[in-house]
Design a protein around this ligand. Structure first.
Ligand SMILES: Cc1ncc(COP(=O)(O)O)c(C=O)c1O
Length: 241
């Protein structure tokens, strides 16, 4: 159906959700639970931040800044919500930064409004930052960040000024990914490279000001299945969306 209307589409997470709903509706033995965008998934993922807090307790340190990339919002919410809880309780004043691609800037340029979570408009309406459920982002290599909206919890936190949001272009996030791979021996997913780029920038700011800060970011995934994208980067064929 979508291919009839948009024969050259590069796809999107909004389309994938519609197709999954279609599969579930047409097959009696198939069920579908919408993932990262919905609040219950974000809350489930908070195991990441809770465990991180326990690890920090052991080092007797705490982060000044917490950074995560944002597609639907689950890894970002997962690492940051426990820190936001402490901020709300007045125990801490941790900066939380959401990082998204400039090619799909829902938090930084979207409208805060009710919208559908999928392109075929089958989901319930969600109050979120959105570029419109029919928005199809350019075919950037961080596929997991090609989503028109963001989780209602993450959106509300940004709207209320409890979370910052920033956006980067594709080539600069691959620059950061390669710096990270060369220094840490881990090839990150292009999605995670957004958080890495922001962490590097925040560290460079500290270098300039002389401030000492502890910066925590979520390495949401490895890039072992993204070698073709790294290959395009190294051969200079990556478009800078
Ligand atoms: C490695 C990786 N990081 C981040 C994301 C973004 O999803 P979310 O914003 O729900 O964490 C994805 C999505 O597929 C992903 O594969």
């Amino acid at each position: 159906m979508i291919l009839e209307k948009y024969p050259d589409t590069s796809g999107s997470l909004g389309i994938a959700i519609s197709e999954a709903i279609e599969e579930a509706a047409l097959n009696d033995n198939t069920k579908y639970a919408l993932g990262s965008v919905l609040n219950h998934t974000c809350l489930h993922q908070t195991v990441i931040g809770l465990e991180t807090q326990k690890q920090f307790e052991k080092t007797e340190d705490f982060p000044d800044i917490v950074i995560g990339c944002c597609g639907g919002g689950s890894n970002l919410a997962g690492i940051s919500l426990p820190y936001i809880r402490d901020n709300i309780a007045g125990k801490t004043n941790t900066r939380i930064i959401a990082v998204e691609p400039s090619a799909c800037p829902s938090l930084t340029s979207g409208k805060y409004d009710y919208d559908f979570g999928d392109m075929a408009q089958m989901t319930p309406l969600l109050k979120m930052y959105t570029l419109g459920s029919e928005f199809i982002p350019p075919a950037i290599h961080a596929g997991g960040l090609r989503y028109h909206g963001a989780s209602p919890i993450v959106s509300k936190l940004v709207a209320d000024g409890m979370m910052e949001a920033t956006a980067y272009h594709q080539v600069e996030i691959f620059d950061a990914a390669v710096t990270f791979a060369r220094s840490e021996g881990i090839a990150p997913a292009p999605e995670s490279a957004h958080a890495i780029k922001c962490a590097i920038d925040e560290a460079l700011k500290c270098k300039q000001t002389g401030e000492e800060k502890t910066i925590l970011f979520n390495l949401s995934g490895h890039g072992h299945f993204d070698m073709a994208s790294y290959d395009m980067y190294f051969s200079g064929k990556l478009s800078n969306e």
